[in-house]
Design a protein around this ligand. Structure first.
Ligand SMILES: C[S@@+](CC[C@H](N)C(=O)[O-])C[C@H]1O[C@@H](n2cnc3c(N)ncnc32)[C@H](O)[C@@H]1O
Ligand SMILES: [Zn+2]
Length: 419
């Protein structure tokens, strides 16, 4: 017992030596020195990824916007949990930067990470009693907290190393009716077509390699969450999603309803993709030909995957409104200009995105078919829109666009007009 105590004391002192103070958003954080200098942030003594700042900035915006219209079934407090918190970067930011949240639970199986999170919380100007620090295995933490609190969490964040698949049941069992879950997947190779068999067993859907694999990956992740939810008599509704090379992230509101859960398969389908000519469409594979509609080549099928909308446009309009009237920005526009502009661009794009279309096209693939010099994204979107189709930018790629025109129609249209 004494040696265990000595071990933890020594580790804590050593650990504090290796930590430095940084600022992220409005929040001060103590983070491992090495996480700021090494290419891949180390898992010891505790994990912190400085490159995930934008990801955390987006969370703050989504949580603030979500809570502006949220009613939590007459509970007295709004409770958030950063269920795999590392050094607590997201949870402590939430405690300070999301005023509607009354209590924050920060949990990590690594006790050193929790010591760091506690020390970080003390650096900031909020009542530290607002935060509860726990060091348990995540599913154990969620179920025991729900039992002890006699209620569920309003918002649960899940940010694991790799796949979130093994924890989805646990977060759904611990979230309030009408609450929100935010889930990160960093196994992007699995979801984006490099390991289709692993994808099938973890997410119940096959991934394929394509120029829009990140959107397919997000939709496969959503389909898996919605199927698990339906098993628990729940439905999910995505409110926001985003992706980059290192992670896919989804935000979903959750509702308890047998009736709605009965309709889960209406939200799920497959994408048929021709690797030869780039033709793509949403289908139900059970009775669909493998032949490409355009060139008769044999097609690939991605899914089952989520085929409905990805964004709650009201929530996103509200984010944009909050960003516009952000007090800090108004007080010191120069300090926050870069961050604000970046966030605004992401939310503006998602607001206008045709998110009922499950895939996008890239300028590269269109112009390599046309064998002409590429035109700008704005030019292509305007051109397609002014010729009787819908078209929009997409959050998934800076050179991608969505349209209801088929690949062959885009090519034909552009050739006809000499683009
Ligand atoms: C990707 S990190 C979290 C990063 C953090 N959310 C942030 O924004 O900085 C994943 C964390 O999960 C913790 N972890 C891994 N498996 C766990 C488990 N089964 N239960 C609880 N914590 C776990 C690790 O110790 C690690 O700190
Ligand atoms: Zn084809």
């Amino acid at each position: 017992m004494f040696f265990r105590f000595l071990f933890h004391l020594t580790m804590s002192i050593t650990m504090l030596d290796d930590f430095v103070e940084i600022s992220e958003g409005k929040t001060k954080l103590l983070v491992p020195q090495k996480s700021l200098t090494e290419n891949v942030p180390p898992k010891t003594p505790a994990f912190f990824n400085p490159l995930a700042k934008l990801n955390r900035d987006i969370s703050i915006q989504i949580y603030n916007s979500f809570l502006s219209t949220y009613s939590n079934n007459n509970e007295s407090e709004i409770i958030f949990t950063d269920s795999l918190c590392g050094v607590g970067a997201r949870g402590i930011r939430v405690a300070l930067e999301v005023p509607k949240i009354d209590r924050v639970f920060l949990n990590d199986v690594n006790p050193l990470a929790i010591t760091a999170a506690k020390n970080s919380a003390r650096l900031n100007s909020f009542d530290i009693d607002k935060c509860n620090f726990v060091s348990k295995e995540v599913c154990n933490f969620l179920s025991s907290s729900v039992f002890e609190l006699s209620r569920r969490f309003d918002i649960i964040d899940l940010d694991p190393f790799g796949s979130p698949a093994q924890y989805i049941d646990c977060i759904l069992r611990a979230v309030q009716n009408n609450g929100l879950i935010s889930v990160t997947a960093t196994d992007t190779a699995v979801l984006c077509g490099v390991y289709p068999k692993v994808c099938y067993r973890k997410y119940y859907g096959k991934s394929i390699k394509s120029s829009y694999s990140n959107e397919l990956g997000i939709r496969i992740l959503l389909s898996m969450i919605s199927l698990v939810a339906s098993r628990l008599d729940m439905i999910i509704c995505p409110v926001f999603v985003h992706a980059n090379r290192h992670y896919l992230r989804v935000y979903c509101s959750v509702k308890l309803s047998n009736d709605l859960a009965n309709h889960v398969y209406e939200n799920i389908g497959n994408v048929k993709h021709c690797p030869k000519c780039g033709f793509r469409e949403v289908v139900n594979t059970q009775n669909h030909s493998e032949k490409c509609f355009s060139c008769s080549n044999i097609c690939l099928f991605a899914g089952p995957l989520w085929i409905k909308n990805l964004f709650d446009k009201n929530l996103i309009s509200n984010v944009l409104h909050l960003l516009e009237y952000n007090n800090d920005y108004q007080q010191d526009p120069n300090k926050n200009r870069k961050e604000n502009t970046r966030l605004k661009k992401i939310f503006d794009t998602s607001l206008s995105e045709l998110d009922n279309i499950c895939y996008y096209y890239t300028l590269d693939e269109i112009f390599s078919h046309l064998k002409t010099n590429p035109k700008s994204l704005d030019y292509v979107i305007n051109f397609i829109s002014s010729n009787g189709y819908t078209s929009s930018k997409t959050i998934f790629s800076p050179t991608g666009f969505k349209t209801d025109a088929k690949m062959s129609e885009i090519i034909k249209l552009m050739k006809n007009f000499g683009v």
